[in-house]
Design a protein around this ligand. Structure first.
Ligand code: SF4
Length: 405
């Protein structure tokens, strides 16, 4: 059987893994039949294979570039018993992975350790995205994590000065402390994949009332630090600008063409140097939208099919509700249920019905036309397959490996 090659971002391959392919086939057949049956024709009785789980809205940093700034520190959090009930139902409907991230800092949840322990006892793959301020809480449970699990630190800097400017920590944590603790954590459990996340910012970005400082020149040094502190990979992605009024994300929209090209050249040079510093000793990843930016193809990522198919495979569970897309966290029109929408069979069924409506009614071509969509390629892959004359039995199966979407 074929193995996944580009694990991180090759989502259409991920949907073809042995444990997921039946779900994909049923969805494609459902789409093919939807037009020929009654309106409201129910989706296959399956849940998402991967969820983003936002445990709490609390955050102890005040990053000016935070895409979730409107929904953090509201005092909301998910109750541990509710989380467990939702996970039980989701697991029985096919859930394979959970990512703790977004909408707040997960390690600030009072039951963080217990929730991680529950997720791992269910045999689910687990990814944790953290600002690094409370790594001691992850270190306590790190022994529970296995080969496919990962911890990714949102650092975005290679110097203390830039780190403070970009994150405005409300505690006295330093970049040096975080890197030191990360190294200790990796030594504690070498099985985990440890990631250094670097959101690239440039001069002229003005967000949430703050002028952001450029960190482009720190990209190579970040790779050096990541190597020295035993990270497995560093991932670069460009800063997303969330338009206040529409809640949509965009890239480089307010800049003039010449300035835009200068920024892109600067990013390309530093990315090239970063790869040189890596000497193949650490993986240097680029996000789908960074690759598109460097290739001057961002406009392509903003063109979505009318139906967003990924809603069926991945949802976002937060203290303010369940949403069908990570880019639309907290946005009412993307809400498919209240936070308890997966608690118990009856609520799960209602949420599935709402999702059926969302898949039919949410017009991604229109609503996501400024979003550099992470799922652009897989959405088009599914769309084209649905409209092809190929049978689902011709879809090539891949070996199970990585279920994160
Ligand atoms: S941004 Fe992408 S994943 Fe999100 S709803 Fe739009 S098309 Fe779907």
């Amino acid at each position: 059987m074929v193995k996944l090659k580009h694990k991180e971002h090759d989502f259409s391959s991920k949907l073809r893994q042995s444990s997921v392919i039946e779900c994909l086939k049923k969805y494609i057949n459902w789409q093919r039949n939807a037009g020929t049956t009654d309106a409201g024709h129910a989706l296959p009785n399956m849940g998402p294979i991967s969820i983003n789980l936002d445990l709490t809205s609390a955050c102890n940093f005040a990053c000016p570039h935070c895409v979730d700034s409107k929904i953090i520190n509201t005092g909301e959090y998910l109750d541990i018993d509710d989380v467990k009930r939702s996970l039980d139902i989701l697991k029985s409907h096919g859930l394979l992975s959970v990512i703790l991230l977004g909408g707040g800092e997960p390690t600030l949840h009072r039951n963080f350790g217990e929730i991680v322990s529950y997720i791992k006892s269910m045999g689910l793959q687990l990814g944790i995205v953290t600002n690094g301020s409370r790594l001691s809480r992850i270190t306590k449970i790190v022994a529970l994590l296995e080969k496919h699990d990962w911890v990714r630190l949102s650092l975005d800097a290679a110097s203390q000065e830039t780190f403070v400017k970009l994150h405005r920590p409300k505690t006295d944590v330093t970049l040096h402390d975080i890197l030191h603790s990360a190294r200790e954590m990796k030594i504690g459990n070498p099985n985990i994949s440890l990631g250094y996340s670097f959101v690239i910012m440039w001069e002229g970005l003005y967000l949430n009332g703050h002028a952001l400082c450029s960190n482009i020149h720190e990209m190579p040094e970040a790779v050096r630090l990541a190597r020295r502190h035993r990270f497995d990979y560093i991932s670069f992605k460009p800063c997303l600008i969330r338009l206040q009024e529409s809640q949509k994300e965009t890239l480089l929209d307010s800049l003039d063409r010449e300035k835009e090209q200068r920024i892109i050249e600067n990013i390309k040079n530093n990315f090239h140097n970063a790869k040189r510093v890596a000497e193949n000793k650490i993986k240097v990843l680029e996000s789908v939208n960074l690759r598109a930016m460097m290739d001057n193809k961002v406009h392509e990522l903003k063109r979505q099919p009318k139906i967003c198919h990924m809603q069926f495979f991945n949802t976002v569970v937060t203290p303010s509700g369940i949403f069908h897309c990570p880019a639309f966290r907290g946005v009412e029109k993307a809400k498919i249920a209240e936070p308890n929408g997966y608690e118990g069979k009856e609520r799960f069924d209602e949420t599935l019905q709402n999702l059926t409506h969302s898949i039919t009614a949410f017009n991604a071509e229109k609503e996501c036309n400024v979003v550099g969509c992470f799922y652009h390629h897989v959405n088009w892959w599914v769309e084209k397959f649905i409209h092809s004359d190929r049978s689902v039995d011709e879809i090539e199966e891949m070996e199970d490996d990585n279920f994160f979407l």
